[in-house]
Design a protein around this ligand. Sequence first.
Ligand code: FES
Length: 69
Amino acid sequence: MSTGAEPDVVITACPDGPLLVRGDVEIRDAEGVPVPRRRATVALCRCGGTAIPPWCDGTHKVNGYTSGT
Ligand code: FES
């Protein structure tokens, strides 16, 4: 939990796209195993169409996914 003006972690829902995760947070797979990150900001798929879960691979742009946000 952040005590300053800027939060430690920010998750931004992209309209009709992924969740952008910025900050120092551990991402785990369904078995609870940490998924290695190579970037400070990562995009998590929420359309279900990615070929590289949990990451977004841009498939949401062609599969008709709409987020409603
Ligand atoms: S949100 Fe981008 S591939 Fe699913």
